[in-house]
Design a protein. Structure first.
Length: 94
């Protein structure tokens, strides 16, 4: 029961962190004048990509990030591989 609860908390925190990263990138782009203004100016446009959240969380789960304990370098390697693969999948779907 405790392991299941810990996994749910980790997945929830990761989802919130992904959303905060998207929000931060959106407001940084709006604030900085060095970027093009051709991107959508509505934040809901970016937060509506539920597939982005799902692909990242599923790949991290498959990599074993939520189920096993690793030392720092092994976990960093698994995170890097999972996020790189998620970026490729998301770009292929877009």
């Amino acid at each position: 029961m405790k392991q299941w609860f810990n996994r749910i908390i980790l997945i929830f925190v990761d989802t919130i962190t992904i959303a905060l990263a998207i929000i931060g990138a959106f407001y940084l782009r709006q604030w900085c004048e060095c970027f093009e203004r051709s991107a959508p100016t509505n934040l809901d446009h970016y937060l509506g990509f539920g597939l982005l959240y799902a692909v990242i969380i599923i790949l991290l789960y498959v990599a074993g990030i939520y189920t096993k304990r690793y030392d720092f370098w092994q976990e960093l390697e698994k995170l890097t591989k999972g996020l790189f693969l998620a970026a490729i999948i998301v770009l292929a779907l877009l």
